[in-house]
Design a binder for this molecule. Structure first.
Ligand code: LLP
Length: 436
């Protein structure tokens, strides 16, 4: 396993943010999500430092679906990022912190009336419209509240980015946005522009997630700039803003490339500046919306080993006290991870090929299949790295598992930011069947 951020070995025990994992286990129990705050801050800084231009303003919007908690909102806010939401729940979490609502942006392909009302009432920064029907719905809510709303339109630019089928978002068959190839597309934009209550800012796209192929981003920029040019000409309007989404790939395992975020951002800026210049398009602002690249590597999951089993068929399992309930990604996307026996690093050569399996009643509940691991037995600690994005946020209560606690670590200190769920939490919404 590659040591990420502040990870290091102290007398055979892994330390993150200056805190030994054995200490974290004692204090908070397992399964435990551990976030290296300094690494998150470094990633944010790399994005901000790289995504700067003297030709247009730039904004980095954190895609909160990757990992969201009150503490994360604080981190993002104090580092000067904007933040997006895709549901009333995410909005509620974000707005529960003291944050300027103008820095909040709302996504979603089927926003409910309630969600739109919250956005309008709280006066958030912008709504990214998914389709022409939604534009009408938002305008109606604005009339009800006597307010105006800044909006963008999400475009499907038809780019088949090289990533997992489930996380591609801009194929012609994708459910997101309006296609730039739709024969009515200019009409759709006209309708939005003509709504008195809507202030049309510009276009948004997001081509997918975990993308390493830079060409896909450059193709996306080319198509966004050309489309912006075409529409502003046809409708005789100026279009101030373009948002090119997120999706920057993250190294999970040996086979993945290590991305230098600042350098990648500089190359993206370079491409944006050149394309805008060659197409003679002027915009005031360009935004990006990264999620995974901020929190992915900063998060790890710590588990306690319950036991080992070798099946009749020869499969060697290490059983851990969590599984697909705290990380569904291996089961859902065949996602790969690296791991170590985090409390036994001295003279513990990785020899055996084992599968690390969770405790759910599901054969697919295997966090890492066929990995080389050092010797471990009951009570030892397994750390799975790079689980910070879409791990905790996609966790579930399947088999009535309690959702894990989350702790942030930095400079020798740890701070519990989400308590482990309790059995009372599990039952708080269950009612008895009375008189029936
Ligand atoms: N903007 C929009 C509109 C998005 O839909 C997403 C992710 C992002 C930004 C952030 O993308 P990122 O920088 O994190 O790649 N659950 C999947 C990932 C789903 C991504 C959904 N949209 C996974 O675990 O891989």
């Amino acid at each position: 396993m590659k040591y990420l951020g502040s990870m290091k070995e102290v007398d055979g025990v892994l330390e993150i943010g200056g805190v030994l994992v054995t200490q974290l286990q004692n204090e908070y129990g397992t399964p435990l999500y551990i976030y290296d705050l300094e690494l998150m801050e470094r990633k944010i800084k790399a994005l901000k430092d790289g995504f700067i231009s003297d030709k247009f303003k730039t904004t980095v919007v954190y895609a909160s679906k990757a990992y969201l908690s009150k503490a994360m909102v604080q981190v993002v806010d104090r580092m000067g990022l904007h933040i997006d939401a895709v549901s009333a729940g995410e909005l509620h979490t974000i707005l529960s912190e003291k944050i300027n609502p103008k820095k909040v942006h709302m996504h979603g392909n089927n926003k409910s009336l309630e969600e739109i009302e919250i956005c309008v009432e709280k006066g958030i920064g912008s709504i990214i419209l998914d389709n022409r029907f939604e534009a009408k719905r938002v305008a109606k809510v604005c009339r009800k509240f006597g307010k105006k709303m800044d909006v963008m339109l999400r475009l499907n630019i038809g780019i088949d980015a090289h990533t997992h089928e489930y996380i591609k978002t801009a194929k012609h068959t994708s459910k997101f946005g309006e296609s730039i190839f739709d024969k009515d597309i200019v009409e759709i934009v006209r309708e939005i522009v003509e709504e008195d209550e809507l202030n049309f800012l510009g276009f948004h796209c997001h081509i997918g997630s975990q993308i390493f192929d830079e060409l896909a981003f450059y193709e996306g920029i080319d198509s966004m700039v050309k489309f912006t040019k075409e529409v502003s000409k046809k409708l005789n309007i100026t279009i101030p803003e373009i948002n090119i989404g997120g999706g920057f790939g993250v190294r999970y395992t040996e086979g993945d490339t290590d991305v230098d975020l600042k350098y990648l951002m500089q190359k993206i800026i370079d491409c944006l500046e050149k394309t805008l210049e060659s197409e003679k398009v002027k915009v005031e602002k360009i935004s990006i919306e990264p999620g995974r690249s901020i929190v992915g590597q900063a998060g790890s999951t710590l588990y306690t080993v319950g036991g080992k089993k070798e099946t009749f068929g020869g499969e060697k399992y290490i059983f851990i006290d969590g599984g697909m309930t705290d990380n569904i990604r291996p089961a859902l996307y065949n996602a790969k991870y690296e791991s170590i026996v985090a409390n036994r690093l001295l003279n513990n050569e990785k020899k055996e090929i084992v599968s690390i399996a969770g405790k759910c009643c599901e054969s697919g509940d295997v966090i890492i299949k066929n990995t080389k691991l050092g010797e471990c037995s009951e009570g030892d600690l397994i750390l799975v790295s790079c689980t910070g994005a879409y791990g905790h946020s996609m966790s579930s209560n399947y088999n009535k598992a309690l959702k894990s606690a989350v702790v942030f670590v930095k400079s020798g200190k740890s701070c519990l930011v989400s308590k482990r769920e309790t059995y009372e939490d599990l039952l708080k919404n269950d009612l008895s069947l009375e008189d029936m």
